[in-house]
Design a protein around this ligand. Sequence first.
Ligand code: PGA
Length: 268
Amino acid sequence: MTSARTPLIAGNWKLHNTVAESEALAGAIAAHVGNGLACEVVVAPVATSLAAVRETLSGTAVGLAAQNSHWEDSGAFTGELSPVLLLDVGCTHCIIGHSERRQYFGETDAGVRKKVSALLVHKVVPIVCVGESLDEREAGKTLDVVLGQVDAATDGLDAVALAPLVIAYEPIWAIGTGRTAKAEDAQEVHAAIRSRLAELKGESWATTVRILYGGSVKPANADELLSQPDIDGALVGGASLSAENFIPIIDAGVSRAEFSARRRSLEL
Ligand code: PGA
């Protein structure tokens, strides 16, 4: 059966854009998406722009994502954001465990697991990033590393609690480097993640989980990546910083959704 998963295209703006620049970019994306396309779209501005971007996106189908959250709701945690505050500012999604946070800010698998659970409690969709380094890939450890991160992020949570979870497979060597995984290689890892989720939490949930690819996704490679059976969308860094580059990637998500719908109608 062809996938009924709605593709998700997420823009990770990282540490870029002032409030005014964020509003302008969000406005251009919102004008394209309007009140809905066949694929879901979210953008993740810096925390200082979240409130302004929420206003820009209001009345459109573009979701608002944060780039990180602490697991506690409130307390003496200087510099942190919480799921309660993300919900308050209008976030629908939150990126968790990005490799830059793991590498530069000491994010651990245990922390990712606590954040996943806290976000789910508050009904903010976690987009959990997993991925191997170049050394790990060359040592043949890709699946050990990636599946280990998947196990850790979902440990002790059942399929009901995890229902909205999104996973983003982002090979670290492909992030911001212009090197993209070959579509078939990415597909192999995505399929392995899905079968691990099926083993851990049951087939029926695993078939519904969106698994995004991230790492130098751009207009020129989006269609090929998104034509793979288990690549349900993209987490886009550099190319999400201009509407000119991001919109064709959104359109690749729409094409995937339309293709899947046509295939399903032929199968029925
Ligand atoms: P990139 O970043 O598209 O610039 O490689 C992707 C990401 O880090 O999410």
